[in-house]
Design a protein around this ligand. Structure first.
Ligand code: PMV
Length: 314
């Protein structure tokens, strides 16, 4: 039984989305995580093999490794949700991911969604996108505290979405193809650290930060219209503006700004950090001819991984 899930990129609205403002995210369908389940002999227990890391973890054991707990918790919660009896839990899950870890491309979420899907298939149960999304979200809350829920939504539905925490998750109307290039700075960054940093700033000056979140929310709503109407140059300018506001929030970095500058100089329509920031990745909107020169410029400026995607009208 094998299942997979796509990576994701936040196009606009990260951080402000944690505070109830809207955000827009797109799936990265060409970079995926896969999970394969196979039965083991009676009494062997449940094993998770993270092939890319060459590590294996057993359920119920403690490991001094950052990745062990999220994998174990995802599997425990999924087995519980699917009501798999103890006697049928002798199995091995083999995980592969082509999505860079701690990059803002949704690697942890995609691995979790692939695990949930593979275990459901193994048990002969069909889960809806909504069920996958909710189950992954539940685990992310246990691990990270206050995620907005945008990552699990875009990954589980694998379509572009307009999202407001606890309020809306709308499939986005796309008027013209959106060509985007996502590039990793090579600097690993943990979303929860960036979210905690923004929270500390907000607590010291709620008025100023709420105003920044409002401005980001207004840019996202404007962008939603621009995407629907296929007004790509306007969308690019809005991405630049959102990038500036993220920098004002304090989550940009030298490496991110270097890549954003390189994308601008190579003719991107707009570019900004994507995800938690403080490292991780950036995203550029390009024309179809602009894709190769922008990718080349990003590579020359030190990008470690570059992923392209085209969000099709619909
Ligand atoms: O770092 P990522 O790609 O998981 O993005 C996090 C987006 C935030 O808005 C910063 C946090 C959240 O939970 O929405």
């Amino acid at each position: 039984m094998t299942a997979s899930a796509a990576g994701k990129a936040i196009l606009l609205g990260e951080h402000a989305v944690v505070y109830g403002r809207p955000a827009i995210a797109v799936p990265l369908s060409d970079v995926r995580a896969t999970a394969e389940v196979e039965p083991l002999r009676r009494g062997q227990g449940t094993w998770i093999e993270a092939r890319d890391l060459q590590q294996r973890y057993q359920l119920g054991q403690f490991y001094d490794a950052d990745v062990a707990r999220p994998l174990q918790l995802t599997v425990e919660n999924a087995l519980g949700y699917l009501q798999v009896p103890e006697t049928q839990r002798d199995l091995r899950l083999v995980i592969h991911s082509h999505i860079p870890i701690a990059s803002g491309m949704g690697s942890g979420t995609a691995v979790a969604a692939a695990i949930v899907r593979a275990l459901a298939q193994y048990c002969g149960q069909a889960l809806s996108a909504e069920q996958v999304s909710r189950l992954v979200y539940q685990t992310e809350i246990e691990l990270h505290g206050t995620p907005s829920g945008i990552d699990n939504s875009v990954v589980a539905y694998e379509r572009p979405i307009y999202f407001v925490k606890d309020v809306t998750m709308l499939p986005l109307k796309v008027g013209a193809p959106l060509h985007v290039v996502v590039a990793h700075t090579g600097v690993a960054s943990r979303t929860r650290d960036a979210v905690a940093q923004v929270r500390r700033c907000w607590e010291t000056d709620k008025r100023a930060y709420d105003l920044l979140f409002d401005r980001i929310g207004a840019v996202v709503d404007d962008a939603k219209e621009a995407i629907g109407a296929g007004r790509l140059e306007h969308l690019g300018r809005l991405m630049d503006l959102n990038g500036q506001l993220l920098s004002d929030l304090g989550v940009s970095s030298v490496e991110l700004e270097r890549l954003i500058g390189a994308a601008h100089n190579a003719g991107s329509l707009g570019a900004k950090l994507s995800g938690g920031g403080l490292g991780g990745c950036m995203i550029a909107l390009v024309s179809s001819e602009g894709r190769a020169p922008v990718a080349q410029a990003l590579r020359s400026a030190g990008a470690e991984r570059i992923v392209h995607t085209t969000v099709r009208p619909g």
